[in-house]
Every structure is written in structure tokens, then in C-alpha cells.
Design a protein around this ligand. Structure first.
Ligand SMILES: NC(=O)c1ccc[n+]([C@@H]2O[C@H](COP(=O)([O-])OP(=O)(O)OC[C@H]3O[C@@H](n4cnc5c(N)ncnc54)[C@H](OP(=O)(O)O)[C@@H]3O)[C@@H](O)[C@H]2O)c1
Length: 291
């Protein structure tokens, strides 16, 4: 008698930093995968993984074709476009239509209709959509990425914004990917309909976090706190759109207000390894890549 084939996990966003890491970890675990992308040629080639697409979240028909054969969907949230609820709902509806049984959705810590950080609000909408969808699901609310301050630095490696002395428990992409892969690889019901908050091991001020990047890279990154007025003026002069200014300033304000300061044990509890401190994050995007 041959062993039954393991059901496939579909991973979206696998051309990106998070989805790519989830896919690599699932491949290491020998889990069959469908990697779904808008441009399949950019998807990684991994053992046991089939590249599917092109499929954008909003194109439900393409998503249905791409997800056919999966039992679990890891849904990496889309870039903020103003239509994320529709994009995520379209992907989930496509999944349900082809028999996907479970969705793991990557949300954001502090997701709420009144979250200070503007991009956390439509994550909350997606969470509400999932709760009413009837689909088995788990929400993984990620802390702010440890990599982001490096991507916000300017050419002089200065990270500036109205973050005050608020604290934030930055999480590494690798830790988040490890949690997602661990959940995706097993099909228990323990985390169904639950919200898992996935954070780094310590709540740091931005000054401390940026100092950790300087220590890790040996480069002189530093944080310069800004007033709200200076923050707006500087970004406006730089030619940012109103939506970009609002999003980034609210990112700093959410930190200033302590909305991302919770430290949870999700990484160690689910992966069995302690959460990675920022100094050991190991991956730092180039300056200005989040501008
Ligand atoms: N927790 C945080 O601090 C934080 C920070 C930044 C972003 N995020 C969220 O976390 C997500 C993953 O982070 P990341 O670092 O992996 O970002 P990333 O490297 O930019 O990857 C995003 C991935 O999502 C795919 N994608 C985006 N919109 C899509 C759509 N409408 N339809 C299909 N695929 C789509 C992208 O595909 P393409 O390659 O085709 O573009 C890419 O593969 C981001 O998309 C964002 O929603 C969280």
C-alpha cells in the first residue's frame, strides 16, 4: 500500500520577502506546495513546489486555477492599494471555490478600525471578512518588521520620524515565516478561528532599534526624532503623495503611542526556538527602499 500523498499548501506572495521564506521552510519540511504569483517566472524553484499563475488576488478566476489542488492557503497580505479587502476576499473566495479547507492570513499587530497606523485598518476588515466567511482560518498578526527601519533610512543612514520614545517589538521575517510554516505544515484545529500575535523578543524604542541595526551591520544608522510638523514638511518637500505621508507618519505615531509594543511568546511556543533579537536579524534592506 502506498502512503497517501500529503495535501498541498498554496503560498502567495512567494516572490516577496515573507512568502519566499515561508516557501523555503515548507520545502525543507518536504511539504508539497503550490507557489502562486502574479509573475510565475519570478517565483522560486523549490523541491516539491509547483509554480502557479499568473494570478493577482483580485482576479478570482485566475486565483481559482492557481489554487486548485491546495488544502491550505497561506495568504500573504497584498501591498496597500486601497482595495486590499476586495483583493483578499477575492483570493479567499477563489480558494473556497476549489476546495481549500483552511486559510492562514498574515495580518498586522494592532489591526483595528481605529488603528493609528492607517495600513492596519484594512487588515482588520480582512479579519472581519474571514470571521464571517465560514472558511477555517487563523489570523497571524505580525509585529512591525525588523527590516523596515533600515529601509526607511536615508543615504546618510538616518531614520527620521515622529516615533518619540514609544516601544515596538520588531519581528524578523524569518521568525514570522517559521511560525507560518509550522502552522501550515500541520493540519490541527488548535489555532482555528484564533488570532496569533507574532512579535520579536523585546520592545525597543526606535532609537534602540536603529542602534541595533547599526550594531548588526557595523554601519552608522541613527534615529532622529521629528516633530509632526517637521515630519510632514520634510516628506512633502521630498514629493511624497498625501497617502504615502499619511501612511508613514501614522507608522511612527503608532509606535509613539505604544500600539506595537506587545511582546508575545508565539515564536517560541510554535517553533520551539526563541524569537530572534534584532541584532541577529541577518537581513537588512538598502536605505530608501521603503520610500
Ligand atoms: N508587518 C510589517 O511590518 C509589514 C511591513 C511591510 C509590509 N507588510 C505586509 O506584509 C506583506 C508581506 O511582506 P513582504 O516583506 O514579503 O513584502 P514584499 O516583499 O513586498 O512581498 C509582497 C508579496 O505579495 C505579492 N502581492 C502583493 N500584492 C498582490 C496582489 N494584489 N496579488 C497577488 N500578489 C500580490 C507580491 O507579488 P509581486 O512580486 O507580484 O509584487 C509579493 O510577492 C506585504 O505585502 C504587506 O501587506 C507588513
Amino acid at each position: 500500500m502506498t502512503a497517501p500523498e500529503r495535501p498541498a499548501v498554496a503560498v502567495t506572495g512567494a516572490t516577496g520577502a515573507l512568502g519566499g521564506r515561508v516557501a523555503a521552510r515548507l520545502a525543507q519540511r518536504g511539504v508539497p506546495q503550490l507557489l502562486v504569483g502574479r509573475d510565475p517566472a519570478r517565483l522560486p524553484e523549490l523541491p516539491g513546489a509547483e509554480r502557479r499563475g499568473p494570478a493577482a488576488y483580485l482576479d478570482t478566476a485566475d486565483m481559482r486555477t492557481a489554487l486548485d489542488g491546495a488544502s491550505t492557503l497561506v495568504l500573504v497580505s497584498a501591498h496597500p492599494t486601497g482595495r486590499r479587502l476586495e483583493e483578499h476576499a477575492s483570493a479567499v473566495e477563489a480558494a473556497a471555490a476549489v476546495g481549500v479547507q483552511r486559510v492562514l492570513y498574515v495580518s498586522l499587530l494592532g489591526a483595528s478600525p481605529t488603528a493609528t497606523y492607517r495600513n492596519a485598518r484594512d487588515h482588520w476588515l480582512t479579519e472581519q471578512y474571514l470571521a464571517g466567511s465560514g472558511v477555517r482560518h487563523t489570523v497571524l498578526r505580525a509585529g512591525f518588521y525588523a527590516s523596515t527601519p533600515a529601509a526607511l533610512a536615508d543615504d546618510e543612514l538616518v531614520v527620521r520620524g515622529p516615533g518619540g520614545t514609544g516601544r515596538v517589538a520588531f519581528v524578523t521575517h524569518d521568525d514570522l515565516a517559521a511560525v507560518i510554516a509550522a502552522l501550515a505544515a500541520e493540519d490541527g484545529t488548535e489555532h482555528d478561528s484564533s488570532i496569533l500575535e507574532v512579535t520579536g523578543p523585546e520592545a525597543l524604542t526606535l532609537a534602540e532599534g536603529v542602534q541595533r541595526i547599526a550594531e548588526a551591520t557595523g554601519r552608522p544608522y541613527r534615529y532622529v526624532p521629528e516633530t509632526l510638523e517637521d515630519a510632514f514638511a520634510w516628506r512633502w518637500r521630498r514629493g511624497e503623495s498625501g497617502a504615502q505621508i499619511e501612511a508613514w507618519i501614522s507608522w511612527y505615531q503608532a509606535i509613539a503611542g505604544g500600539e506595537l509594543s506587545a511582546v508575545t511568546d508565539a515564536v517560541s511556543r510554535i517553533t520551539g526556538s526563541p524569537a530572534t533579537p534584532m541584532t541577529r536579524a541577518g537581513w537588512w534592506p538598502e536605505p530608501k527602499t521603503a520610500w
